[in-house]
Write a protein that binds this ligand. Sequence first.
Ligand code: DDQ
Ligand code: CA
Length: 270
Amino acid sequence: LLIKDIHLGHQTLDAVIYYEGTSEKISKTITVLSEKAPKIYTYTILNEYPHDDNAFTQGLEFYKDTLYESTGRNGQSSLRKVDYKTGKVLKKKDLKDEHFGEGLTIMNDKIYQLTWRAKIGFVYDMAFNKIKDFSYGHSKEGWGLCNDGTRIYKSDGTEKIWILDPETLEEKDHIETVTNTSVFSRANELEYARGKIYANTWQKDGVMIINPETGAIEGVVDFRGLKKKVTQSQNLDVLNGIAYHSGNDSFFITGKNWDKIFEVKIVEKK
Ligand code: DDQ
Ligand code: CA
């Protein structure tokens, strides 16, 4: 075999491999794994607050001590401002029926919201007036959003987390979520906190702690047991929604159609 055209990306190795003496070739991309196994964390509950169980939570973030939420399902999707202590919805903008609301993030007084499969996202001012729409580039779906103050991160259900230009919303670059043994996909709701991306994995009661530079999953928070603490209604769906409260240095966790939101501390599992 002859290996040619090797390109080392920031987390991938692209190579074209030829069989010697023939023109047959194979192009292959290898994802580079991380060095260390993730640390395992668990949680302790500090507080629990009411949460609208009609909210199919798809995005959750604090901005200047106020909680904002994006909800999904066609015909029930919205952008909300919420009093987290009472669960009261202070302000609500409904999306069009064809738009299934997804991730939400807020940066420099602008709210960004995704839709699931319509390949359209929205930018609003803090009064929920729409500033503009944007479309997706490489990614087919919109799942989660978060930001580090300058860059916006977007998950799309694959192993990729995209880095978006905050002005044009173009997908400039991406990382891939990996451990030392495997590539992981389905990062759903995202949160940027303490220099890492926190992401709950769709249909798992777990949150990945991801290095935003390398994609390495440096930690996993085991949130099993939390869903059992909410009213077991008919519509009850998966854990989804993680918001960091910087003042309290705590995380707020909820789920789709959960009637509670939990304020927790993430602690190392002994
Ligand atoms: N996502 O959260 C994984 C991004 C999307 C999950 C959506 C689950 C949809 C249930 C209703 C389907 C109606 C077409
Ligand atoms: Ca979030």
